[in-house]
Write a protein that binds this ligand. Structure first.
Ligand code: NZQ
Ligand code: ZN
Length: 393
């Protein structure tokens, strides 16, 4: 088992009506000037926006609306930094999905620096402090509510990059599973696929311990079962709650303390897809996952191949009851297809015209040549080409 050094300063407040019960008290510990960040309107339709304003009526409120999925550096991060500096904001309250929270993290870090905000996001200039962040997370997916990262897109260069700093852990995250009742079906599915993939990125590695294996297999089994329940009953609280619990832990590292690192290859590949085509992150991951598994099964030899066979077989056996690596790969594919996720790139509007460009971008920027199973430009291009072809026949 490997050494680890772990700390998460975020307070999680989880359950029904927690915003009504505790938001006011929590916000008292920060100053008077609050920037509320949010997306395209889901919080207005659900009534959460009005509720938050009512609770915070004695605060000085500023707003940054319109943060898009795959949040954009320009204008959202830049606008947020400007407001924070001009209005001397004390705390940022992010209300929405992972995109709103990721954008908020970049704003919180960049607003405390005189450097160019892009240099903060790319970590060319270190983040030395950040405006405190409180969030009300409305989508079970990214785990951004319990981690120190955010993913920011820059449209003009097709970059989609992860920004990390211990200073941008949320101070407090409110997680009320009833908010996810209003999610469009595809966002529920994409959120579950995102979390399953976060777990797989941690499960598929060279050195792992039994306790982590069981923890992660249990979480994926719970997601597989509970997503089927919410497809039938979107307002099943316990199923929504268990999904949110799994997703909240997903990107924090807690599932795999003591394991070696995989290099997160499927995320590296998907970030190029959503960076170039603005597709939904979890859907992109679902498409890439079985193709990456098949590629590493076919492309490895010797001891590394034995590890790959063991991991793929073990995952499928514990989650889906399959016996062989090939069955395991087909099972994850069939699970996603069965719940209704499009499983080829064509179905999400991506043809093969930019595959070589994306493969080069990934190979140059993501360091996958040092991953657990190293991937070079030609491997990445082969995986992306495989994503064009349906897997059933
Ligand atoms: O913009 P609004 O109107 O709020 O609508 C959103 C958006 O259209 C809607 N939505 C959110 N909560 C809702 C709701 N609709 C109805 N009811 C609700 N309760 O859902 C749509 C998608 O929202 P978004 O925030 O984009 O989704 P998600 O939470 O999946 O975040 C995706 C982003 O997070 C990044 C992804 O790359 C992507 O950019 N990631 C962040 C990570 C992190 N910080 O640790 C890790 C992940 O691997 C991931 O890369
Ligand atoms: Zn993800």
């Amino acid at each position: 088992m490997r050494n680890f050094d772990y700390q998460t300063p975020t307070r999680l407040i989880f359950g029904k009506d927690v915003v009504e019960k505790k938001l006011k008290g929590v916000m008292e510990q920060f100053g008077k000037r609050v920037l509320i960040t949010y997306g395209g309107g889901s919080i207005k339709r659900s009534g959460l926006y009005d509720q938050v304003l009512q609770i915070l009526q004695d605060k000085e409120i500023y707003e940054l609306p319109g943060i898009e999925p795959n949040p954009k550096f320009n204008p959202s991060v830049l606008d947020g930094v400007r407001i924070c500096k001009e209005k001397n904001i004390d705390v940022i309250l992010s209300v929405g999905g992972g995109s709103v929270l990721d954008c908020t993290k970049a704003i919180a870090g960049a607003a405390c620096s005189d450097a160019d905000p892009w240099d903060i996001v790319t970590s060319k200039v270190p983040t030395l402090k950040a405006i405190p962040i409180v969030d009300i997370i409305t989508l079970a997916a990214t785990g951004s509510e319990y981690d120190s990262g955010g993913v920011i897109s820059r449209t003009e260069t097709n970059d989609k990059l992860a920004y990390f700093s211990p200073h941008v852990f949320p101070a407090v995250s409110f997680i009320d599973p009833t908010y996810t009742f209003t999610l469009p079906v595809m966002q529920t599915l994409a959120g579950v696929a995102d979390c399953i993939n976060h777990i797989m990125e941690q499960y598929f590695c060279g050195e792992h311990i039994m306790m982590n294996d069981a923890f992660m297999e249990g979480a994926v089994k719970s997601l597989v079962k509970n997503v089927k329940t919410v497809l039938e009953e979107p307002e099943n609280y316990d199923a929504r709650a268990e999904i949110f619990y799994a997703t909240t832990l997903g990107c924090n590292g807690i599932y795999s303390l003591g394991n070696s690192h995989s290099g997160w290859p499927m995320h590296a590949i998907e970030h190029a897809l959503s960076g170039h085509y603005d597709i939904t992150h979890g859907v992109g991951l679902a498409i890439v996952t079985p193709r990456w598994m098949r590629h590493i099964l076919q492309a490895t030899t010797g001891q590394l191949h034995e590890q790959v066979v063991e991991r793929i077989t073990s995952f499928g056996n514990h989650v889906f009851g399959t016996d062989t690596p090939e069955e395991s790969i087909q099972a994850i594919h069939d699970f996603y297809e069965g719940i209704g996720i499009p499983m080829t790139l064509q179905e999400v509007g991506i043809d093969d015209s930019r595959i070589d460009e994306m493969a080069r971008h990934i190979a140059q920027n993501e360091g996958l040549d040092k991953a657990w199973v190293p991937l070079h430009e030609e491997d990445i291009a082969a995986i992306l080409r495989d994503c064009q072809v349906a897997m059933n026949n």
